[in-house]
Design a protein. Structure first.
Length: 171
């Protein structure tokens, strides 16, 4: 009877993991909104395109409605956000940084300019650990804080994106 219970327990866990992975495989977008009253918040969107390319957009907060306790990120100013394409190796490096709680940083060079990308752990004022995701392009800085629980989801997103890129033959 104990062997049957252990087999049933293992089968249930295996089924839940496979269902979870199946559901996550449909995840093509991951979005974070982090407004604050100081108007220094940020938003981040990770997106897998129809061509299985991975793009990230970081956007600065532009306003705060104190009555509604709501921030705004939309702006006509092109300097309010930055978008970049990530390679599967950069996705792997971000997933690795999350797993090992280490820093990933790289630079994209283009037409005489550069974009610095950083995903690194830091300790918050309350002593808890989190990650900072920042991009500097043409001296303009964009960033967002990512809690550990959110970082776990980013890691899963990176894993799924890597699989999709490889399966599509884009790697």
């Amino acid at each position: 009877m104990i062997a049957f219970q252990n087999l049933f327990h293992f089968s249930t866990i295996f089924l839940l993991i496979n269902i979870s992975n199946f559901i996550l495989s449909f995840m093509n977008r991951l979005t974070f909104y982090k407004p604050n009253p100081k108007n220094t918040g940020g938003a981040a969107q990770f997106n897998i395109s129809d061509k299985n390319e991975v793009y990230v957009t970081l956007t600065r907060q532009v306003s705060w409605d104190d009555e509604k306790k709501k921030g705004t990120f939309k702006s006509e100013n092109p300097l309010n956000s930055v978008s970049l394409k990530l390679t599967i190796f950069e996705l792997g490096a971000i997933a690795h940084a999350i797993t090992t709680k280490t820093t990933f940083s790289t630079v994209h060079m283009f037409q005489g300019g550069s974009t610095s990308i950083s995903f690194k752990p830091y300790t918050k004022k309350n002593g808890e650990m989190a990650f900072g995701f920042s991009v500097i392009k043409n001296k303009e800085k964009y960033g967002i804080g990512i809690e550990l629980s959110e970082a776990y989801v980013v890691q899963k997103f990176c894993d799924i994106a890597i699989e999709k890129v490889i399966d599509s033959g884009q790697a």
